[in-house]
Design a binder for this molecule. Structure first.
Ligand SMILES: Cc1cc2nc3c(=O)[nH]c(=O)nc-3n(C[C@H](O)[C@H](O)[C@H](O)COP(=O)(O)O)c2cc1C
Length: 203
């Protein structure tokens, strides 16, 4: 099995304070066929080795973003990674030129993208008229369209809302479901690739 088949990019600015994402990162770290890449540990100075990152991504079949939602988006270093690594000439390119992964070749085309994120607010806070004013799915649009522009297949996100408030059993179930989905994606059979449509809340 390709040990880097699944590349999990983990971004948490204060992992020692994490209740949810640190558990998920530990789960990914122990999963076969998964490379857990801790961005804040690797690049505390925010200077990203773009060539190294592009080589890692090129080897992967599934790209996973694992992080808490921050101001309706990704943490700063995750965004820096996207800005620096997903250069237009490398990451986009034409759908037909998927062979080498070189410049302009559509290096991400055909790979799958999976967002695994947590929110502090509860699911009910994400609605018209509620605290955050919009359905949660609206905030996924930038992620989904980034994947689309790069020719990546969008997988149903695995989201845990109310990260600080859920009880231990719910958190355990969320982590366990993540592990199952991860193993399904890591398995070579295409039969194991799809999980159900829509956001997977993992509980
Ligand atoms: C700077 C910052 C911004 C945040 N923005 C949001 C937000 O936009 N929406 C939300 O629901 N929670 C937000 N949160 C809460 C985090 O998403 C929450 O603390 C995290 O998902 C918990 O995961 P952890 O236990 O791994 O830290 C924010 C937290 C921080 C520190």
């Amino acid at each position: 099995m390709n040990p880097n088949r699944l590349l999990v990019l983990y971004a948490h600015a204060a992992p020692h304070l994490s209740r949810v994402n640190r558990r998920l990162a530990d789960c990914a770290r122990l999963s076969e066929g998964v490379f857990l890449h801790d961005l804040y540990e690797t690049y505390p100075d925010f200077y990203i080795d773009v060539a190294r990152e592009q080589a890692l991504v090129a080897q992967a079949e599934v790209l996973v973003f694992l992080h808490p939602l921050q101001w309706y988006g990704m943490p700063a270093l995750m965004k820096e990674w996207v800005d620096c690594v997903l250069t237009e000439s490398w990451a986009c390119g034409s759908a037909g030129n998927t062979g080498s992964g070189g410049a302009g070749s559509g290096a991400l085309h055909g790979k799958r993208f999976w967002l695994v994120a947590s929110t502090g607010s509860g699911a009910d806070d994400y609605a018209v008229g509620a605290r955050h004013g919009r359905p949660f799915a609206d905030f996924l649009a930038p992620f989904e369209q980034t994947a689309a522009l790069c020719g990546m297949q969008w997988l149903p996100p695995h989201i845990l809302h109310a990260a600080h408030a859920v009880d231990a059993a719910t958190l355990d179930a969320h982590v366990a479901r993540f592990g199952e989905l991860l193993q399904g994606l890591a398995a070579p059979s295409p039969l194991n690739l799809g999980h159900s449509a829509g956001v997977d809340n993992g509980i």
